[in-house]
Design a binder for this molecule. Structure first.
Ligand SMILES: Nc1ncnc2c1ncn2[C@@H]1O[C@H](COP(=O)(O)OP(=O)(O)OP(=O)(O)O)[C@@H](O)[C@H]1O
Ligand SMILES: [Mg+2]
Length: 482
C-alpha cells in the first residue's frame, strides 16, 4: 500500500521546518520566515521593541504576560516583504531603514496606548482617522500595538477607508478584489516564444490588481495553488494523485503540479507522502530525473511542483517504441538509477508509466515509493507487476537490484509493445526469469534482459555494470555527439 497521511500538531511541525535552497534550516511562524528577520532592518526594530518592553514596570509585565498567553502576534507586525498584506504596505515602508527619520506630514496626538488586545469597531479613535503618524512614530507605535492588539485589521480597514474616501476606489476595495481574483500572470521575457499565447492569462481585467505581489493573496489563508499557478489542464493521474499542467503566474513558465487525491489526515500519512518530495529534494538535479521545484500542504493534500515533461511511456497511451528508442530509454534510466543508488536511494516503482519524456530525454519520475537502500526507512513495494520475487517475500536486502529487475520488466514490456496484464502466467514466468522470446530483437538484448530479470538479486547487474554493456555503444556515441 502506498503512503500518505498526517495530523494537526505534527503537520504544523512539518510545515514549520523548511530547508532553504542554500541548505539553511529556517523556522517558520505561519508564513513568516525568521531568516527574513535576520536579513532586514526590521530586526533592529524588533530587538528595540523587545528592549522597550523590558523597561515596562513589573506590574505592566505581569498584565502583559497574562494577556500574551492568548495573544497571537499579528502578521502585520512582522512585515516580511513576501507576506505583507496590501493593508500593511505603508507600515512596510516605514520599516525601511532609509526612511527611518523621514517625518510624514502630520503627527497625531496619541497620548496613551490602550492595553486592550483588540480594537472594537466603536473604539477606533477618531483623531487618527484624520491624520497620519510620522513614519518613525507610527513604526514604533505600530510595533507596540501589534504586540498588544491581537488583530487590529478591522480597525485599520476602517481607517484606510476613511482616509482614502476621496479616491475613486478605496485601497481596501482593491485589496478585497485581489483576494477574490487571482493575481495576473507575468510574461517571461527570456522565453523566445510566448507560452500559452492563445490563453488570456497575462492581463486584461486581472491587471486591475497589478501592483499587488502575486503571493500576497496566498498569505492570508487562500489557496497557494490558485494564487501562484494558473491551471491549464490535467495531464495525468495515478492511484494516489492527479497531475496538472500549470503556468506559474510570477515567472510565466510551465510546470507540472501533482497533488494527492485523498486528504492526508493522519501524521503517518503525511510523513509517508513527504518522503516523495524529500527524496526528490535530496537527489537534486539530474538530467534523467524529473526536476523538483517545491512542495506544500494545502487542504491536507500534498502539492508537488515539478518540471513539466511531454508525456510518460505508458503503453496505455502511446504506440510501441522502436528498439533504438527503447535502448536509449533503458540507458538513460539506468543512469538515473546509478545516480540514485550511489546516493543510497532506491526508487522501487520503475515502470513505463513513471518514465517521462521531454525533448527526447527520458526522465524517471514518481518517487512515491523511494526509500533508503540501508532500510532505515519504511519499504513499500510499488506496482506488483514489476516487482521481483524477493520483494514479494519481503526480503529487502538488495533494494538497488529491485530497481534493476523493474527496469528489465519495463524494457520487456516496451519491446513487446503491449501493456502487462495485472496477473497470470506471463508475470509468473518473468519472475522466474523465463522470458518469452521477443521476435525481431537481438539475442544480445534478450540475454541482457535475462540477466536483469534473474530471480537471484545478487546475480543481476548493478546500474553501473549495466551502463558498461556494449549494447549501449551506439546510444553512448549519440549521447556524446549531442
Ligand atoms: N512532471 C510530469 N510531467 C508530465 N507528466 C507527469 C509528470 N508527473 C506525472 N505525470 C503524469 O501523471 C501520471 C501520474 O503521476 P504519478 O505517477 O506521479 O502519480 P501517482 O499517483 O504517484 O502514480 P502511481 O499510481 O503510479 O503511483 C504519470 O504517469 C504521468 O503520465
Ligand atoms: Mg506513477
Amino acid at each position: 500500500m502506498k503512503r500518505k497521511n498526517f495530523s494537526g500538531s505534527e503537520m504544523q511541525a512539518a510545515n514549520a521546518m523548511t530547508v532553504s535552497p542554500t541548505g539553511h534550516l529556517t523556522e517558520q511562524i505561519g508564513q513568516v520566515t525568521l531568516l527574513a528577520f535576520q536579513e532586514t532592518p526590521s530586526v533592529s526594530r524588533f530587538q528595540k521593541l523587545m528592549d522597550d518592553r523590558d523597561l515596562l514596570s513589573s506590574s505592566d509585565i505581569n498584565i502583559a504576560a497574562d494577556e500574551e498567553k492568548d495573544c497571537i502576534l499579528s502578521q502585520d507586525f512582522f512585515c516580511t516583504p513576501d507576506y505583507i498584506t496590501p493593508d500593511g504596505q505603508l507600515i512596510s515602508n516605514c520599516f525601511d531603514s532609509n526612511k527611518d527619520n523621514v517625518p510624514c506630514p502630520k503627527s497625531p496626538e496619541k497620548s496613551k496606548i490602550s492595553r486592550s488586545k483588540r480594537y472594537r469597531q466603536e473604539e477606533v479613535p477618531h483623531d487618527i482617522l484624520d491624520t497620519v503618524l510620522p513614519c518613525h512614530q507610527q513604526n514604533e507605535d505600530h510595533a507596540t500595538d501589534s504586540l498588544e492588539y491581537e488583530d487590529d485589521r478591522l480597525g485599520k480597514t476602517l481607517i484606510d477607508e476613511v482616509t482614502q474616501k476621496k479616491k475613486y476606489v478605496s485601497q481596501s476595495a482593491v485589496a478585497l478584489r485581489c483576494r477574490v481574483m487571482p493575481p495576473p500572470c507575468i510574461k517571461n521575457p527570456y522565453l523566445s516564444e510566448t507560452v500559452m499565447q492563445d490563453l488570456d492569462i497575462f492581463g486584461n481585467q486581472r491587471s486591475k490588481c497589478t501592483g499587488f505581489f502575486p503571493s500576497v493573496t496566498g498569505g492570508d489563508g487562500g489557496s497557494r495553488y490558485r494564487t501562484d499557478f494558473h491551471e491549464i489542464e490535467q495531464i495525468g493521474f495515478g492511484n494516489f494523485s492527479r497531475v496538472f499542467k500549470v503556468l506559474k503566474r510570477i515567472d510565466g513558465c510551465l510546470y507540472a503540479v501533482k497533488y494527492s487525491i485523498r486528504q492526508l489526515h493522519q501524521n503517518t500519512e503525511r510523513r509517508r507522502a513527504l518522503m516523495e518530495v524529500q527524496a526528490l529534494a535530496a537527489l537534486g538535479s539530474h538530467e534523467n530525473i524529473v526536476g523538483y521545484y517545491s512542495s506544500w500542504f494545502e487542504n491536507e493534500q500534498l502539492y508537488i511542483q515539478m518540471e513539466l515533461c511531454d508525456r510518460s511511456l505508458s503503453l496505455h497511451t502511446n504506440p510501441p517504441m522502436s528498439t533504438e528508442k527503447v535502448l536509449a530509454a533503458m540507458y538513460q534510466i539506468a543512469k538515473a538509477l546509478q545516480f540514485m543508488h550511489e546516493r543510497g536511494i532506491a526508487h522501487l516503482d520503475v515502470k513505463p508509466d513513471n518514465i517521462y519524456m521531454k525533448n527526447g530525454v527520458y526522465k524517471l519520475g514518481d518517487f512515491g515509493f523511494a526509500t533508503l537502500l540501508n532500510r532505515t526507512l519504511p519499504v513499500d513495494e510499488g506496482d506488483a507487476r514489476y516487482m521481483p520475487p524477493e520483494i514479494l517475500n519481503e526480503n529487502y536486502e538488495y533494494l538497488d537490484k529491485v530497481d534493476i529487475f523493474s527496469l528489465g520488466v519495463a524494457v520487456y514490456e516496451l519491446l513487446k509493445g503491449s501493456p502487462l496484464p495485472d496477473s497470470g502466467t506471463q508475470l509468473l514466468n518473468l519472475r522466474e526469469g523465463k522470458i518469452p522470446l521477443l521476435p525481431g530483437h537481438s539475442m544480445q538484448l534478450q540475454n541482457l534482459l535475462k540477466m536483469m530479470l534473474d530471480p537471484v538479486p545478487v546475480r543481476r547487474p548493478s546500474a553501473k555494470k549495466l551502463l558498461e554493456n556494449p549494447i549501449f555503444d551506439r546510444v553512448r556515441r549519440s549521447n556524446t555527439s549531442t
